[in-house]
Design a protein around this ligand. Structure first.
Ligand code: NAD
Length: 248
């Protein structure tokens, strides 16, 4: 029996990185999946273009996805953007821009999808949060605040929806080897040294792979986790929970 056999899913930000790996694994595990992303292949019938900051576009894309899928069981809120800097480094416009995508984007898509999820007997929402929500990372105040909001919203949504049979969980990836991190590394003065520093920060000594995050998302979306709601699953090589002694 495949993990999400016969289920119908929307994955936001499914055109790249963690989202794309999630789409691939969900399809391998038997689900029908529509990607909602601001950058899609227009010839792909299983993709809908929408920027999650545009409520009307989100509603149109979710309605089109539900029609194509014939209903909806799974929503993966994964679209997100990064931000760098300390508390004084981003102006109000940048705060609004990042929160608009990472927090309100999740709200808009969930709001539009909720009526369809309510009709499913195996409804699940999985939000892509971050290690930045649970650990203080340098130079990430805005991004961390946005993912902290995702974490808290996940818990509150789980409480509101549990009696309706809709589970809500989140994954907390550590630094993952995706096009996003490749862009960050490319912009560094010494990309190899920056990559080595990011790898060393995670106790297992590597970057997380997009496929490993996808596996956690698919588990939380699947009926196998039917008694799991209001949790976050860290996929971070031990970064959130372990305290190692320095290497001798
Ligand atoms: P990515 O840049 O490879 O993919 C992000 C996708 O989201 C892209 O396809 C992009 O087009 C889409 N997207 C961005 N803004 C959008 C918008 N306004 N509307 C619609 N689509 C939009 O990034 P990734 O590394 O795969 O990150 C995916 C998620 O994982 C994000 O929420 C990110 O915060 C989270 N995350 C990433 C890492 C990491 O190290 N890569 C770590 C922790 C959490």
């Amino acid at each position: 029996m495949r993990m999400v056999d016969g289920l119908r899913a929307i994955v936001t930000g499914g055109a790249s990185g963690i989202g794309a790996a999630t789409v691939e694994l969900m399809r391998d595990e038997g689900a029908s999946v529509v990607v909602i992303d601001r950058e899609i292949d227009p010839d792909d019938l299983w993709s809908e273009r929408a920027d999650v900051t545009d409520d009307a576009a989100v509603r149109r894309a979710v309605a089109a996805a539900v029609e194509r899928l014939g209903g909806l069981d799974i929503l993966v809120n994964n679209a997100g953007i990064g931000a760098q800097g300390g508390v004084a480094d981003n102006d109000d416009d940048e705060w609004r821009r990042v929160l608009d995508v990472n927090v309100q984007g999740l709200v808009r898509v969930t709001r539009a999808a909720l009526p369809s999820l309510r009709s499913s007997s195996r409804a699940a929402i999985v939000n892509t949060c971050s290690i930045a929500a649970t650990a203080g990372l340098p130079n990430r105040v805005l991004y961390s605040a946005s993912k902290g909001a995702v974490l808290s919203a996940t818990l509150a949504m789980a409480a509101d929806l549990v009696r309706e049979g809709i589970r809500v969980n989140a994954v907390n990836p550590g630094t993952a080897d995706t096009p996003w991190v490749a862009r960050l590394l490319a912009a560094a003065d010494d990309p190899a040294a920056e990559r080595a520093a990011l790898e060393a920060r995670q106790p297992h000594g590597k970057l997380v792979s997009a496929e490993q995050v996808a596996a956690a998302i698919v588990f939380l979306a699947s009926p196998a986790s039917g008694s799991t709601t209001g949790t976050t699953l860290a996929v971070d090589g031990g970064m959130a929970g372990l305290r190692l002694r320095p290497k001798a």
